[in-house]
Write a protein that binds this ligand. Structure first.
Ligand code: GDP
Ligand code: IMO
Ligand code: MG
Length: 428
């Protein structure tokens, strides 16, 4: 049995897409197991840039089977739009090479409307700052069960229509009560629209759990592509400023149906600094010219929403917690090149909360908001590193910086990334 998992250890956008693409050639099957089109994974090679949201990065390589597993929430319109975009650039994706779980839950327009009402009802500093893709409201229906529709349900038109009509009537009443400007949804129109999506999706829909079990038995090499990051995990992240799925390594088993013991290599991905999009405390945030410098050099603007990402120093307490949650075997340090040119760099190695020092990550955001980061200051390096391909060729201070991350995360760094392209990678 061989399965690799790639998970983000921070608040998302750690460049998981690049690592998954890099490792795809050593695998047979690439699996997305949680999240939805809130994710934005960028892959660059041969002078081309691909932005993937719902489709696994495996879709970009020939001979790979891509799986969108049970724990994902699917907006069929976004899904098919993305598939069309990829097919127009890379040719037809054969149905036997692309599988969509019949158990995955479906996002409908009322999920987005409900999310907008909920977000707008919160005060500015309490807004989660979601991607407004209906992710949280769809997962809520999944947990609540009464108003949930799964991909496989759409294959039974009569039942699907009956359920959808009941749900839309309920949502119309609820949303009209909450928003005076709300225009009711037309169940018939949604049914017609989603029936057309179902026709197109049909060749891809199957029991992906059974497929993955057979793949494991046949000794196929699986690669799990995490979305979001460990600190956005619904149970273990900075609740309520999280996403609504298990976005740490904890979600692989529940989201795919593949037992955790099948994972033979868990790779934790971190940026060489920290970013966050949306609300919530961020102890090492830099609201100054260094933060802006990192944003400019790292092009730190959201792949999905275009929002400027909040930037800060590397937080080894936050990322270390992410690493322990996911049980990583090794670390990939990404975007190291972005830090070139800074005189000195800081890494948060402890938190001080109400005068007490700790290396534990707080369970409540109220406590996280009180954190005073304790920094270790390291000398920077002046030269560009984007062309370097061997650890030994990195400036001594860059090596020292990476070694410090490894030391504080109690793990080893196996991959260092010095640019967005597939080639701009140093394997340790
Ligand atoms: P993901 O959501 O974790 O897959 O990450 P994103 O794709 O949202 O964000 C990572 C961004 O960094 C993308 O624009 C990548 O092209 C880019 N990137 C990846 N690795 C590197 C790197 O080593 N250096 C630089 N400068 N950019 C990188
Ligand atoms: P990738 O896979 C960074 C953040 C949103 C918001 C919170 C909840 O590209 O790393 P949601 O729409 O999921 O209910 O929003 O989670 N968020 C991400 N931040 N990268 C992502 O994905 C994210 N997906 C969601 O900004 O703060
Ligand atoms: Mg992203």
């Amino acid at each position: 049995m061989s399965a690799t998992a790639v998970v983000g250890l921070q608040w998302g956008d750690e460049a998981k897409g690049k690592i998954v693409d890099l490792l795809t050639s050593e695998h047979d099957v690439v699996v997305r197991y949680q999240g939805g089109n809130n994710a934005g994974h960028t892959v660059k090679f041969d002078g081309q840039t691909y932005k993937l949201s719902l489709l696994p990065a495996g879709i970009l390589r020939d001979g790979i089977t891509s799986v969108v597993a049970t724990g994902v929430v699917i907006n069929p319109k976004a899904f098919l739009g993305e598939l069309d975009g990829i097919e127009s650039r890379r040719g037809k994706v054969a149905p036997e090479k692309f599988l969509v779980s019949d158990r995955a839950h479906v996002i409908f327009p009322y999920h987005m409307a409900e999310e907008a009402v909920l977000e707008n009802s919160r005060k500015n500093d309490e807004k989660i700052g979601t991607t407004m893709r209906g992710i949280g409201t769809c997962y809520r229906e999944k947990a609540g069960r009464t108003h949930a529709i799964r991909v496989g349900d759409m294959l039974y038109p009569d039942q699907f229509k009956r359920r959808l009509t009941e749900i839309v009537e309920f949502k119309n009443r609820m949303l009209a009560a909450l928003d005076p400007e709300f225009k009711p949804f037309d169940a018939e129109a949604i049914f017609t629209e989603y029936s057309a999506y179902t026709e197109r999706l049909k060749p891809y829909i199957c029991d992906t759990t059974a497929f993955l079990h057979h793949a494991l038995a046949a000794k196929k090499r699986l690669l799990f592509e995490g979305a979001q990051g460990s600190l956005l995990d619904l149970d273990h992240g900075t609740f309520p400023f999280v996403t609504s799925s298990s976005s740490s390594g904890c979600g692989i088993h529940s989201g795919s149906g593949v037992p955790e013991r099948a994972i033979t290599r868990m790779i934790g991905v971190v940026k060489a600094y920290t970013t966050r999009v949306g609300g919530g405390p961020f102890p090492t945030e830099l609201n100054n010219e260094i933060g802006q410098h990192i944003r400019d050099v790292g092009h730190e603007y959201g792949t999905v929403t275009g929002r400027p990402r909040r930037c800060g120093w590397f937080d080894a307490i936050a990322a270390g917690y992410g690493a322990r949650l996911s049980g990583v075997d090794c670390i990939s340090v990404m975007l190291l090149d972005v830090l070139s040119g800074l005189d000195e760099l800081k890494i948060c190695e402890a938190y001080e909360i109400n005068g007490e020092r700790t290396t534990d990550f707080p369970s409540h955001v109220e406590r996280l908001a009180q954190v005073k980061p304790v920094y270790r200051t390291l000398p920077g390096w002046k030269s560009e590193i984007a062309h370097i391909r061997k650890v030994a060729d990195l400036p001594a201070n860059a090596r020292r910086y990476v070694d410090t991350i490894a030391e504080l995360l109690c793990s080893q760094v196996e991959i260092i990334s010095v640019g967005p392209d597939r080639e701009q990678t140093i394997l340790g």
